[in-house]
Design a protein around this ligand. Structure first.
Ligand code: SAM
Length: 450
């Protein structure tokens, strides 16, 4: 029996794509190898959002090949995903041991191409072409524990991005926006629910653009809200999350959905990127700071406990100390529950890479550190307020922080660790928060408040 090891870099969409490839290969009789050393096939699913992510994936492949080539001359190596899409054949030119380069619309062809390579029908395969309907091909799941034990699952609802933010490579690596049909997504979620899944996270580069071109508004509600409503109907699904939305995609219909649909979690990841209107314009984001703050206000008016997280880019070309101060002040004004701070990385073919005013690495690093301090301080204060409060979590399983404990997440996406057992898995459980750690709450199910 052949075995495969898949290493994934990047976002949840990449995780989901890797899971679908693993499911496809398992269905073809492959085993999932625990390490790259013992695998017959090593696939690296790559991210292109920042240069560092690309370098990591290339470095990893070099190490794997360097360590294994002499001992395992038959081992097969493949790159998949965003960097495979954008670099194509040049990856084989750089690393001649690589056998397969699979673009972002070709994940479903992994098994077929590996068959060709093993059978000697083809030597090297590079496929980064556009493929119609590829958005509907990421649908098979590998649920841990034979299917019974997975409580949460990612569901890919669309591919591609049409936003063309000036810093971002994604439209080049993921192509034009294409959405699956609502019945197809609902069927997948139903199947997951029947296998024990209680929470689904709907995934796309810009989920709020779901179905924009193909599915008409219904009673003023967007295709994305119609999708949430349809998933909401599924028995067994207790919670619905989604990521990533675009702030400008948050119409009143979506804000109102939080009030109307109890399974829609009290959590929103709203990538703001900057607090400076000047930079938001240069980034081509399509909203102002004021509009963003208003949106947060609307969401909190509907759900006061709403957890709001964000992405911020530090060191966009031309960023002045004043622009950066605007970003810091926005963080304090909004009080994000958590924020990912990204150091700006020039990406090939993006307009920002050619803009004047590129900042030095030292300056970007210094601002990044200052941003992290502000974000972490704000979050720590926010988490501290949970002590003594009762929260409800969906128990996901053994804690990743402490294998002797269990963990789950609140509706507003806070991880809570508690002394639990297998019987708690998949339950909605009330806990009292006793203490806080770094982006973690610690609770006790034995203590009940009135
Ligand atoms: N849906 C998101 C949005 O509204 O922009 C896009 C998701 S993107 C793949 C994840 C994050 O990577 C972005 O929100 C942005 O903060 C960061 N990012 C994208 N391009 C970047 C670049 N060139 N340098 C640094 N960070 C970048």
């Amino acid at each position: 029996m052949l075995s495969v090891y898949i290493k994934t870099y990047g976002c949840q969409m990449n995780e989901r794509d890797s899971e679908a490839v693993a499911a496809q290969l398992v269905a073809r009789g492959y085993a999932l190898a625990p390490t790259e050393q013992v695998a017959d096939v090593v696939l690296i699913n790559t991210c292109s959002v920042r240069d560092m992510a690309e370098q990591k994936a290339i470095g990893k492949m070099q190490t794997v090949i360097g360590q294994a080539r002499k001992k395992r001359p038959d081992q097969i190596y493949g790159f998949m995903g965003c960097m495979a899409q954008s670099r194509g054949q040049s990856l084989i030119d750089q690393l001649p041991d690589v056998d397969l380069v699979l673009g972002t619309q070709k994940f479903h062809r992994a098994a077929e191409y590996l068959d060709d390579i093993f059978a000697g029908r083809r030597d090297k395969i590079v496929d980064t072409d556009v493929e119609e309907d590829s958005e509907a091909k990421i649908r098979e799941h590998i649920l841990p524990g034979g299917g019974e034990k997975a409580v949460t699952a990612f569901v890919s609802i669309m591919q591609g991005c049409n936003q063309h933010c000036t810093f971002c490579i994604v439209p080049f690596t993921r192509g034009e926006e294409r959405s699956r049909s609502i019945p197809d997504i609902v069927a997948e979620c139903r199947d997951l629910a029947s296998r024990g899944v209680r929470e689904v996270t709907l995934l796309g580069q810009i989920v709020t653009s779901f179905g924009k071109r193909d599915i008409p508004l219904k009673d003023g509600r967007s295709a994305f809200v119609q999708l949430i409503e349809a998933v909401h109907e599924i028995e067994g699904i207790e919670r619905i999350r989604f990521t990533s939305p675009h702030p400008k995609g948050y119409g009143d219909d979506l804000v109102e959905a939080y009030a109307r649909l109890p399974k829609l979690v009290e959590s929103a990841h709203l990538p703001v990127q900057s607090g400076s209107d000047r930079l938001l314009k240069a980034m081509h984001r399509g909203y102002t700071r004021e509009r963003f703050v208003n949106l947060v206000g609307k969401l909190r008016a509907v759900k006061p406990g709403m957890g709001i997280t964000t992405d911020i880019i530090v060191g966009f070309p031309g960023e002045t100390e004043e622009d950066f101060a605007d970003t810091l002040s926005l963080c304090s004004e909004v009080e994000f529950d958590m924020a990912f701070g990204f150091k700006y990385s020039p990406r090939r073919d993006t307009p920002a890479a050619a803009m004047p005013g590129q900042l030095s690495e030292e300056l970007i690093e210094e601002r990044h550190q200052r941003l992290l301090t502000v974000i972490n301080d704000l979050a720590a204060r926010k988490y501290e307020r949970y002590v003594g409060r009762q929260v409800q979590i969906l128990v996901e399983g053994v804690s990743r922080r402490n294998a002797a404990r269990f963990e789950g997440r609140t509706s507003c996406n806070k991880i809570v660790v508690f002394p639990g057992s297998e019987r708690h898995r998949g339950q909605l459980l009330d806990l009292r928060i006793e203490r806080v750690g770094h982006y973690t709450l610690y609770g006790d199910p034995a203590i009940h408040l009135d």
